[in-house]
Ligand binder design. Structure first.
Ligand code: MV4
Length: 429
């Protein structure tokens, strides 16, 4: 697009590639996030001294922070993300659910908004039928969530969930839902413009997660039929247009074994796994985010997968040791390449992975004409990927891609609960 860039960085990231490759770079502080990447005054100051027109917040840190979005507005810097009101509305999960339900998007049977008391919860759970799940309205990522299998366990689950959400989010509010057994996590990518029009870019299957951390994502989902894709896409657009959503966003759904789908949450940011959608639709999501932020309208059509794509998250973690972080120096690096192989990364040979932040060091994204070919190409790329000096999730991915059930597309969010991680070795064949 020819747009000049300014990178901000903490002292821990002074040797990161985004710093080298940006047109300008501004150090905003010390390694602890609160002193740098979460420090709003310092980021605004960096934008002001470099005369930046806009801030792209990426997918962590302040990307869904209503206060930051508001302050950008106040300082006349375009925040390439959601408005403060939208972040607040979708960030409160009970409000988000009520909003989507009112818009006609299917939701999981449960409480109308927050539960007022344990007694109200017990009566409702009896009506809906066990198992049920209690969820923190301020939650996400599984925190402040409790599954309740029978009335006897309700009171303790209620107390524990309230306690946990009060401590983690400063908000003890809970809502209740029927518990969906062995669901798939399917999300629909959407983008809306300033006229209130939205389009969808089909789904990503994110069911392969461990402790609410996604490890592999793919599109199209092996579980989703053309008919269901059409229906879920329409529902996602209905939800996005009901709130006049502007920018890129994701509507997360749970899909049960009978292929019923239910709204779960909305993410008001670009996500880690967005490249697989780019590879199968030929739609540059970041470019379109910037265009929408500049006031341009979207084309209005929807995008369906023309290829198959999968992303393996390469983390500096030891999969045979509980995915324990493995920071340190990358002493040797070889990146695979060739047709249908994309790597998004900030690392290079000699780079020292700091212990301060997320352990994801690369995304390996493979695309091909069929899911089978994606798997073969991904195994080849993983085998050629050399990262010496640290432990990585590469051996886990190789083991997963040899699992007959995964290869057959038979998996739910429970898949990794029973996966054997013990025999995974960093030594390759
Ligand atoms: C659920 C559920 C089953 N039934 N809600 C997990 C994180 C949060 N975003 C919502 N989550 C779930 N909500 C009902 N009514 C199961 C999960 C869940 C899950 C969802 C997606 C991906 C992985 C998961 C792992 C465990 C539980």
């Amino acid at each position: 697009m020819g747009v000049k860039t300014v990178a901000v960085y903490s002292t821990a990231d002074k040797d990161s590639l985004h710093v080298r490759f940006a047109d300008e770079a501004v150090c905003i502080g010390a390694p602890p996030s609160k002193d740098s990447y979460l420090n709003i005054p310092r980021i605004i100051a960096a934008a002001e001294i470099t005369n930046a027109d806009a801030i792209h917040p990426g997918y962590g840190f302040l990307s869904e922070n209503a206060e930051f979005s508001r302050i950008c507005e106040e300082y006349n810097i375009k925040f390439i993300g959601a408005s403060p009101e939208m972040i607040n509305q979708m960030g409160d999960k009970a409000t988000a659910k009520a909003t989507m339900e009112a818009a006609g998007v299917p939701t999981i049977p449960g409480s109308k908004g927050l539960l007022k008391s344990v007694e109200e919860g017990l009566v409702l759970a009896e009506e809906i039928g066990y198992p049920i799940i209690l969820k923190a309205t301020a939650g996400g990522g599984g925190r402040g969530m409790r599954i309740v299998k029978e009335p006897a366990g309700f009171k303790k689950a209620w107390d524990d969930a309230r306690q946990e959400s009060a401590a983690a989010f400063g908000n003890a509010g809970l809502y209740l839902e029927k518990f969906v057994e062995e669901p798939r996590h399917i999300e629909i990518q959407i983008i809306g413009d300033s006229t209130g029009k939205a389009c969808h870019l089909s789904e990503r299957d994110c069911s392969i997660q461990r402790r609410h951390q996604k490890l592999v994502e793919e599109t199209p989902s092996p579980f989703i039929t053309d008919e269901l894709r059409e229906k879920m896409g329409k529902a996602a657009i209905k939800g996005a247009e009901a709130i006049s959503y502007e920018g890129a966003g994701t509507i997360e759904f749970l899909v049960d074994k009978n292929r019923n789908f239910y709204f779960m949450e909305m993410n008001t940011r670009i996500q880690v796994e967005h490249p697989i959608t780019e590879e199968v639709t030929d739609f540059d999501l970041i470019k379109e985010q910037i265009k929408v932020a500049a006031g341009e309208p979207i084309s209005g059509k929807n995008y369906f997968p023309k290829l198959y794509a999968m992303e393996c998250r390469i983390n500096a973690e030891d999969p045979s040791n509980g995915f324990r972080p493995s920071p340190g120096k990358i002493v040797n690096l070889h990146l695979p390449g060739g047709k249908g192989v994309r790597i998004d990364s900030h690392v290079y040979a000699g780079y020292v992975i700091p212990p301060n932040y997320d352990s994801m060091i690369a995304k390996l994204i493979v695309s091909a004409q069929s899911r089978q070919e994606v798997i073969v190409r991904m195994k080849r790329a993983l085998a050629e990927f050399v990262i010496d000096g640290i432990k990585t999730t590469i051996p886990f991915h190789l083991a997963l891609l040899d699992d007959p059930e995964f290869v057959a597309g038979n998996f739910t969010t429970k898949f990794l609960d029973t996966f054997d991680f013990s025999s995974i070795s960093q030594e390759k064949s």
